[in-house]
Design a protein around this ligand. Structure first.
Ligand SMILES: Nc1ncnc2c1ncn2[C@@H]1O[C@H](COP(=O)(O)OP(=O)(O)O)[C@@H](O)[C@H]1O
Ligand SMILES: [Mg+2]
Length: 251
C-alpha cells in the first residue's frame, strides 16, 4: 500500500495536559500511523508518559482532541471507551506482573476479563502468546523466578493477549542490559510484522531508536518540536534534535 494514503490510527490535536495548575503539554498535535513504530523522544520530565496517559485517558486531557481509529476519545462515554481500549495493549513502566500467580495466569487475566471464550481456547491463546515472546519454557513459573528480560516478555505476552492493534510501551528497556534490550527490540519488531501492530514507544536509547523507529515524535518544553520519519528527524535542522542524535542523550 502506498504510504502516502495511509490514514493515521491516532490523531492528537492541540492537546493540553495539566496536573493541577501546571501545564505539561501545551497544545500538542501528532499523528500515529498504522503498522509503524513511533518513538516518543524528549528530556526527562518533558511529558512523554503524560502524552501516553492522555491518549489512553489514564489522565483526562485538559483540552484538545484525541482520535483513535477516527473516533473522538475526549468525552467519549465510559462503555464505548472501554470497548475501544480492547484494541490497545500497554506495557508500562510500573505495569508489573501479579506476583502471586504464574506467568500463565498473568496472561489469562485480560482474556478472562474481556472475552467469553471457552477455557480450551483461552488456554491455546495463552500458549501461543507465550510462544511468540519465547517463554514456552516458563509458562508455569512465578514472576519471581524470571529474569528482568523474561519479566518484560511475560508482561508483553499479557499486553498482546487480546491481539491489540496498537501497543503502547513506556521505556520497556529500562533496567535491562544492552543485549536483553536488543532482544526486546527484535521481539517488538517481530510482533509488529506478524501481528500487524502499531507500536508507540517511549525510549531514549539511541541504539534502540535506530533499530526500531519508523517515526519520531520529539517533545520539548510542552511542545511538539518534530513529528516525522527518523531520517527527517536527523536532518531536521532543529538544534535540540540534532544535539540529541549527536550526543545520544539530552543536554
Ligand atoms: N500525577 C502527577 N501529578 C503531578 N505532576 C506529575 C504527575 N505525573 C507527572 N508529573 C510531572 O509532570 C511532568 C511530566 O512528567 P512525565 O510525563 O512523567 O515525564 P516524562 O515521561 O517525559 O519523563 C514532570 O515534571 C512530572 O514531575
Ligand atoms: Mg516517563
Amino acid at each position: 500500500m502506498d504510504k502516502k494514503i495511509k490514514k493515521p490510527i491516532i490523531e492528537v490535536r492541540d492537546l493540553v495536559a495539566k496536573y493541577g495548575e501546571r501545564t505539561i503539554l501545551d497544545g500538542v498535535s501528532v499523528d500515529i500511523y498504522p503498522e509503524e513504530v513511533t518513538v516518543i523522544l524528549g528530556g526527562s520530565g518533558c511529558g512523554k508518559t503524560t502524552l501516553l496517559k492522555n491518549i489512553l485517558r489514564l489522565h483526562e486531557p485538559f483540552s484538545g482532541s484525541v482520535k483513535m481509529f477516527g473516533q473522538e476519545l475526549v468525552g467519549l462515554e465510559e462503555e464505548k471507551f472501554d470497548k475501544l481500549l480492547q484494541n490497545v495493549g500497554m506495557l508500562f513502566q510500573n505495569g508489573a506482573l501479579l506476583n502471586s500467580i504464574s506467568v500463565y495466569d498473568n496472561v489469562s487475566v485480560p482474556l478472562e476479563q474481556h472475552t467469553n471464550l471457552p477455557y480450551e481456547i483461552i488456554d491455546k491463546i495463552i500458549k501461543v502468546k507465550l510462544d511468540l515472546v519465547n517463554l514456552s519454557h516458563a509458562v508455569y513459573l512465578a514472576p519471581s523466578e524470571l529474569s528482568g528480560g523474561m519479566k518484560k516478555r511475560a508482561a508483553l505476552a499479557r499486553a498482546i493477549a487480546l491481539d491489540p492493534k496498537i501497543l503502547f510501551c513506556d521505556e520497556p528497556s529500562a533496567g535491562l542490559d544492552p543485549l536483553t534490550s536488543e532482544d526486546l527490540d527484535a521481539l517488538l519488531l517481530k510482533l509488529k510484522n506478524q501481528l500487524k501492530m502499531s507500536i508507540v514507544i517511549v525510549t531514549h536509547e539511541l541504539a534502540s531508536i535506530h533499530r526500531i523507529a519508523d517515526k519520531i515524535i520529539f517533545l520539548d518544553e510542552g511542545k511538539m518540536l518534530f513529528n516525522g520519519t527518523l531520517e527527517e528527524a536527523k536532518n531536521s535542522g532543529i538544534k535540540e534534535i540534532e544535539d540529541f542524535f549527536e550526543a545520544g542523550k539530552f543536554s
